[in-house]
Design a protein around this ligand. Sequence first.
Ligand code: PGA
Length: 258
Amino acid sequence: MEVIIQETYEAVSRQAALVVAETLNDKPDAVLGLATGSTPLGLYKELIRMHREEGLDFSQVTTFNLDEYVGLPKEHEQSYHHFMHENLFTHINVPQQNIHIPSGTTNNYRSFCTWYERRIEECGGIDLQVLGIGSDGHVAFNEPGSSLGSRTRIKTLAKQTIDDNARFFGSAEEVPIYSITMGVGTILEARRIILLANGANKAEAVAAAIEGPVTSMCTASALQMHRDTLFFLDQEASRDLKMVEYYRWIQDKMPTAP
Ligand code: PGA
């Protein structure tokens, strides 16, 4: 686990984009796990810039998104299908047939979830998974109490998540109650994970994830069991970490490590 603290959100986004670029340089046909929400917007902007100005190539990339709202058709402004196309896919050269996003409108969720898991496997597994974190410590829509071994499934959203996401919908009543989400177990199988967090409203969840006990009450804490996770945090999101000086010290000393 590596904790990388940056001065600003822009620096967090830039650092995360460099990890994505490094992954694609090493493996042009990498499988990327992608997240939605406010947090990765800066990362996606930077990837679009790198694609346009530096030729970062997505032509062989395959993507899997973490989650989707149940009941929202693809065209709905708040669907994660819409979000991903608007904020990333229409601006880069990832082939349409390589894009996977859970369906919010399938008539058989159980078999869709099984297919999604199988499809990830068929594509060779996720090389790099991008994550945000909820103010309740969730990763994807794995709300407190989710099994740390969970797989892609339907999940009922927590009240806190509905309230957090009401800002996108206009009111909490309009936020869907159910989601389809990769499980914690699915996420932990990614070869490398980057979790991005910014802002003071994430500080408590970030501290619980990195320094708290591993518990289903904060599903991001399961990342402590993962062998290659990088946390990119801005100052405010790192505010409640007890070991913050040590993480900075590591960052300083890492370049000269044997
Ligand atoms: P946010 O959501 O990026 O919009 O804060 C993060 C999450 O819920 O995982």
